[in-house]
Design a protein around this ligand. Structure first.
Ligand SMILES: Nc1ncnc2c1ncn2[C@@H]1O[C@H](COP(=O)(O)OP(=O)(O)OP(=O)(O)O)[C@@H](O)[C@H]1O
Length: 633
């Protein structure tokens, strides 16, 4: 490990090799008077042709630690990269994080005139700034699943010839498999894995291995994360050569051990009776002073987000804007909701899963509440680290049930992430919890669909609970079912194998007229009544999905109108595409035809490989099938 630089050597102009003048201007304009410790250690090493493995606490400036060397390196080549040759690739596990890295890169390149000119070509007749083809510049491209098609990515690559790619793994793989995209030994400089331990997890293993096959072995590789030491065994898989490890820890102070979380972040836990699981959130929000402007609430599953987005406003009132975000939202909803949260000017809460646990830099987040502790312990510091970034004050609270779950506190201590008790001015009360339950139930009783949603969320939450890696602390048999059912506002406990031996009150004290408990949606209600009728007549009702087309009225009608809408949309798009197509010169048309053909081959190949992978994996899938725990893309 290199010695920690003294703070005097953290001046940007003290770096060796030195930064270019435009880069010094950039950091000074951004208001960064000196480097953070991780930047002072990692930038010179990565620039000096070393492979690096960098671990530093959340919010400590790792992004510039790799962007600066990437950019400086490409701008110091002897000659510009050839057309369609890539010089550097940055991979991140989520779309939101890839977009953020891309935005930081763009803002850096604004200070480099040739790159800025290439990124923003003048519109119409405006004069082009004088840069020749021999001018070195950095042109980045962002690749994300969901927002563009692989064909659009390739076409934009061919048109703009970017030399840096910022991407999530899946989309990158699609682009790299095109024969038009080159990463040759002679010009490929750097590969960066941000949140590297996550990218080295099993879920990304195959994609990553396939990506590496497209890259030259002789390259510089940088791994960055706040929890990279969790992945030491896997690092070898990325083919690093004598990597230098940079580890920046936070001094515990007063003789205490070093910590793995920022000094400006207050790390706490709150022991919460299961029945108070959600009602306590109101008390937390009103006890934190000043009122948190931006908070992030983490839960374990997508269904929980969907359900809680509905019931938390009932409990919290309307002082806070609640914005849901999870990986199963369509790409446009995900983007819209994320922007709604980041741009909100009133107190707001992002209700989310682990899709938002890593890397996101929203400086004004002052409070993080982990309503459900994470299944994977290494996620803990990343979730907390959405607050208290870059020296700002932040507060993190994890909710724990009394009893065995409190063993999570010494468990965290051992992992150098100590948490102190969070104290409320007045203890949480059973009365408040009961009032919250009644208010939620009153809403659920108005529409049976909400009851279905509640059940789905509860079951998915339980499944995720049963998969905690710290399984001796989070144990399903220890759960207090009745209290939890009430906290979730359930009208009865769902049928679950875990409840087979449960002898308590499954009705949760609710007497409901289940036969007349109706769906608000008329078609759905009609279908329910048909099923009831069939049961009354002694017939076993068919599952709607298994019925012959045409019989399942509600579903098929929905389907038909969806298809109609899709056809209308497609024909509109086809009309516009045709217009554009006719205006293209023949040579361009030929290029597009070739590209389409090639994409088709790649798609078929990828699909084949995907099917093979699925066939190989199906034997191992086991209990994970059909779950809605948050994944990354
Ligand atoms: N030298 C600097 N001085 C002051 N602020 C900085 C400096 N470098 C970066 N920052 C700011 O610090 C914040 C956190 O930076 P960044 O997102 O790179 O952290 P990170 O270490 O990658 O965090 P995470 O582990 O959560 O991904 C950003 O808002 C960034 O603008």
């Amino acid at each position: 490990m290199p010695p920690k630089p003294p703070s005097s050597s953290r001046a940007w102009d003290a770096l060796n090799p030195p930064l270019s003048q435009w880069a010094l201007d950039a950091v000074s304009s951004m208001g960064f008077t000196r480097m953070t410790p991780v930047q002072a250690s990692a930038i010179p090493l990565f620039m000096a042709h070393k492979d690096v493995v960098v671990e530093a606490v959340t919010g400590s400036g790792k992004t510039l630690s790799f962007l600066m060397p990437v950019v400086e390196k490409l701008l110091r080549l002897d000659e510009p990269l050839k057309k369609h040759h890539v010089g550097a690739i940055i991979i991140s596990p989520t779309r939101e994080l890839a977009s953020q890295i891309y935005q930081v890169l763009l803002s850096l390149l604004e200070f480099h005139p040739a790159s800025a000119a290439a990124i923003h070509p003048p519109e119409g007749d405006a004069p082009r700034p004088k840069t020749s083809s021999s001018t070195l510049k950095v042109v980045p491209q962002l690749l994300l699943g969901g927002t563009t098609t692989p064909a659009e990515d390739l076409s934009s690559f061919l048109k703009k010839s970017p030399n840096v790619l910022v991407s999530t793994p899946g989309r990158l793989l699609e682009l790299l498999s095109s024969p038009h995209v080159h990463c040759p030994q002679s010009s490929f400089e750097m590969l960066v894995l941000d949140e590297a331990d996550r990218l080295l997890d099993l879920g990304f293993k195959d994609d990553l291995q396939r990506i590496l096959r497209y890259l030259p072995k002789q390259r510089r590789t940088g791994l960055f994360s706040a929890s990279i030491s969790e992945a030491v065994d896997q690092i070898v898989r990325v083919g690093l050569r004598n990597p230098v490890k940079v580890a920046v820890k936070v001094k515990g102070g007063g003789g205490a051990e070093d910590k793995r979380t920022p000094a400006s972040l207050q790390m706490t836990y709150l022991t919460t009776p299961p029945a108070h699981k959600f009602s306590i959130l109101k008390q937390i929000l009103s006890s934190v002073q000043p009122t948190p402007q931006k908070s992030i609430f983490f839960v374990s599953t997508c269904s929980s987000v969907d359900y809680l987005a509905m019931i938390l406003p009932i409990i919290l009132g309307d002082d806070f804007l609640l914005v849901p975000l999870h990986g199963k939202h369509p790409a446009n909803v995900r983007q819209k909701n994320f922007t709604r949260f980041t741009t909100a000017t009133t107190p707001s809460i992002l209700l989310t899963t682990d899709v938002a646990s890593r890397g996101l830099d929203i400086p004004s987040v002052d409070l993080v509440v982990q309503i459900d502790p994470p299944s994977d312990p290494k996620t803990f510091i990343h979730r907390c680290g959405r607050a208290g970034r870059a020296g700002r004050r932040g507060l993190s609270i994890v909710l724990l049930h009394p009893g065995r779950e409190e063993e999570y506190v010494p468990f965290l201590e051992v992992r150098k992430t100590p948490v102190a008790p969070f104290s409320l001015p007045t203890p949480s009360s059973d009365v408040d919890a009961a009032v919250a339950t009644q208010a939620v139930r009153a809403v659920i009783l108005k529409d049976r669909a909400l009851h279905d949603k509640a059940n789905k969320a509860f079951v998915s939450w339980l499944r995720s609970y049963s998969k905690h890696q710290a399984s001796s602390i989070f144990r399903v048999p220890d759960l207090d079912w009745e209290a939890l059912g009430k906290a979730w506002g359930l009208l009865r406990l769902p049928k679950m194998p875990e409840l087979r031996n449960f002898t308590g009150d499954k009705t949760l004290g609710v007497s409901n007229d289940w036969d007349n408990y109706a769906y608000k949606d008329k078609q759905q209600e009609k279908r329910r009544k048909e099923v009831m009728q069939e049961i009354a007549e002694g017939n076993k009702p068919d599952h709607p999905k298994k019925r012959p087309a045409g019989e399942a009225v509600a579903w098929s009608q929905n389907q038909e109108s969806r298809e109609k809408k899709l056809r209308r949309k497609e024909s509109k798009k086809a009309f516009k595409d045709k217009e554009r197509w006719e205006q293209l010169p023949e040579a361009e048309k030929q290029k597009v035809r070739e590209t389409e053909q090639m994409l088709e081959t790649i798609r078929a190949k990828n699909e084949q490989e995907r099917l093979e992978r699925m066939a190989n994996a199906s034997g191992k899938a086991g209990a994970d099938g059909g779950d809605d725990f948050e994944g990354f893309d």
